[in-house]
Ligand binder design. Structure first.
Ligand code: SF4
Length: 385
């Protein structure tokens, strides 16, 4: 059993499609960034998180888990009494099953050589539904964990929660990765049965072209599976690695593929300070140029914004991408020490981030480059609507 199947057992006998309580149907679960349940209510969707008991706040608890709710990122306000009642209903089920599931997970972890830095794991399912309304898409992660290990990476907190769920020892972010060795095989089955939606590689918990991809080629195998499918699956990849150019021909052969690079600054000294193990800024720009020359649609993500010339960044991006997604710093994670450096201290403030974002939007717009919010580029949404 994979982690997902084990965690679903916490809710047994509830299965996706069943009602948790009258009027609240379980749509599905996600185990990519912790353990989340999606419930469908008449008023909209609500997400419920089941996490190992820790310091945080919760609406209900069991002996081992904390249960809390979230309403589509604040899009749908959920009455707090209803949120509480749903969390209690989840807690009741989890409480009945947790001892059995904890025993099975502990055994699985003992069997899986927990100290391994690079673990080869098998999964039973791969695609996870994400997004809202017209922006529904599938997340696809050939890897979980990332050896590039950027200190401000948002994946580290949820991935550490997943490690606690798996009863694995704490490990520093950037020191471990699970290689989903059968991902392409599982994907083949899923593409044959699901209705096409955009597929987004590694939206948060790993980089699809981190160094282990050179050895295991799981990302490549998944792309080959998408290329061989009998329907078109719009595909989006985002990376900080130059290894992506290895797959230029394959990506160019896909009828609907977008490839992006994260580029938070044009200044490579700044990049080296914050992302020492990722490709340099010139390497990322060169990768995008190579892909674009081969006919692949390219984009960039600037998030967070870091010090460096805005005009030079806008000039460089205008050369290699057709659109850019911009967002501000949403938390420093383990990079507080990096931001303490006087050269970067001001860039941690929201006022600095907002001002630089506005400057970059203006500079890109003046150069004819589209700027987009959200999870998917507008050209991809238009192609799939
Ligand atoms: S490359 Fe991406 S997934 Fe990997 S550590 Fe950096 S931000 Fe996180």
């Amino acid at each position: 059993m994979d982690l997902r199947a084990h965690l679903l057992e916490l809710l047994a006998p509830l299965r996706p499609g069943d009602e948790l309580v009258p009027g609240a149907r379980l749509l599905g679960i996600s185990t990519e960034i912790g353990f989340w349940l999606s419930l469908e209510l008449a008023a909209g969707e609500v997400q419920i998180e089941v996490s190992p008991l820790g310091e945080g706040r919760f609406a209900a608890r069991t002996a081992q888990f904390a249960i809390s709710y979230r309403d589509e990122g604040g899009r749908n306000r959920i009455d707090s009494a209803l949120g509480l009642a749903l969390c209690r209903a989840v807690a009741e089920r989890v409480g009945r099953n947790e001892a059995r599931v904890a025993g099975a997970l502990a055994q699985r972890t003992r069997d899986a050589v927990p100290a391994a830095r690079i673990r080869e794991v098998r999964v039973e399912s791969l695609l996870e539904t994400a997004g809202h309304g017209a922006e529904r898409f599938f997340k696809l992660s050939p890897y979980a964990g990332c050896l590039i290990g950027c200190r401000y990476c948002y994946a580290q907190t949820p991935m550490s929660a997943v490690r606690r769920l798996e009863m694995l020892p704490e490990a520093p972010w950037g020191s471990y990765v699970d290689v989903r060795v059968n991902a392409a095989e599982v994907l083949r089955g899923e593409l044959a049965t699901l209705a096409p939606r955009p597929i987004k590689f590694c939206p948060i918990l790993s980089d699809p072209y981190q160094a282990v991809e050179a050895r295991f080629a799981v990302t490549r195998a998944c792309l080959e599976t998408i290329a061989a499918a009998d329907r078109v699956w719009p595909t989006l990849l985002l990376t900080r690695s130059k290894l992506v150019t290895r797959d230029t021909a394959l990506l160019a052969s896909l009828p609907s593929a977008w490839v992006g690079a994260s580029i938070p600054s044009i200044d490579d000294e700044t990049r080296l300070h914050f992302e020492p193990r990722a490709a340099s800024i010139p390497e990322r720009l060169a990768s995008l140029a190579t892909l674009r020359a081969a006919g692949v649609r390219t984009f960039a993500v600037v998030q967070p914004l870091l010090p460096g010339s805005i005009d030079e960044l806008a000039d460089a991006l205008a050369e290699v991408v057709s659109s850019v997604s911009i967002d501000v710093l949403r938390g420093e994670e383990a990079a507080s020490g990096d931001f303490d450096d006087p050269r970067y201290a001001e860039s941690r403030t929201d006022a600095w981030q907002q001002a630089r974002a506005a400057e970059l939007v203006a500079a890109l717009t003046a150069r004819g480059v589209a700027v987009w919010p959200g999870e998917l580029p507008p050209e991809l949404l238009a192609a799939t609507s």
